[in-house]
Design a protein around this ligand. Structure first.
Ligand SMILES: [Zn+2]
Length: 226
């Protein structure tokens, strides 16, 4: 999945100066990760240590944190799977107050970025194609493992490219603390087309999702995918 670095780079640069927005932008990936690493109580304590006045109570987010994300549902922090999040439902479910809130705006921004980036780089179908090239006699699981590793390496390579292309984008302390952002400086990308990804990042970061008209931004960006 697009990593934290890609999400930051794809955001309106001025919006990243708002701490609540940044924590919202990180939330759909980070909240789940914190539960995995610290358990629910530890994750709640972590959340409270990072929490700003604009952020909801942890227990408001908890039901979705604990839900499984599957293709045929709108459950979980991504309202579906991260490769196809239901941004419109997420936005429509927010109250008028929440729609003005920088944390929730960062949150919706994350889902919108996942949708646009996955739609554009189209990893799923590339992945499927590679698997289909092998006949039924081979051990598909071991092939899948090899390909997943290539995909993970791709993201670590794009981290290095993002770092070098957008030097003004900095990772937050809580992301650094996770230790998940790694860099591979050499080798070709296999699944991710950097030219397409960069074009997508440059497009997404023009939208002021902190203060702009979110309904029209969602409408515009959703069409970008088709
Ligand atoms: Zn995500």
């Amino acid at each position: 999945m697009p990593g934290y670095y890609v999400h930051e780079a794809s955001s309106y640069p001025k919006a990243l100066e708002n701490r609540s927005f940044v924590l919202g932008l990180e939330a759909p990936d980070m909240l789940k990760k914190h539960v995995k690493v610290y358990g629910v109580d530890g994750a709640r304590a972590k959340y409270n240590s990072l929490r700003t006045n604009d952020m909801p109570e942890y227990d408001e987010l908890l039901p979705r944190i604990l839900q499984k994300e599957t293709i045929n549902s709108k459950d979980g922090l991504h309202y579906g799977v991260s490769s196809n999040p239901d941004v419109k439902t997420c936005w429509a479910n927010l109250s008028v107050e929440q729609k003005k809130n920088p944390f929730y705006r960062g949150y919706v921004t994350h889902l919108l970025q996942d949708l646009a980036i996955y739609g554009r780089i189209d990893i799923d179908s590339k992945f499927q194609k590679v698997l289909e090239q092998h006949d039924a006699n081979v051990d598909l699981d071991s092939i899948r493992k090899v390909e997943v590793k290539k995909l993970h390496d791709d993201w670590d390579k794009t981290n290095a490219l993002v770092r070098d292309t957008y030097p003004e984008v900095v990772l937050s302390d809580e992301v650094k603390e996770l230790g998940v952002v790694k860099y591979i400086n050499e080798g070709d990308l296999v699944y991710v087309d950097w030219r397409v990804l960069k074009e997508c990042i440059d497009y997404l970061r023009t939208f002021d999702t902190l203060n702009g008209d979110m309904d029209s931004i969602i409408e515009t960006v959703t069409k970008y995918n088709i």
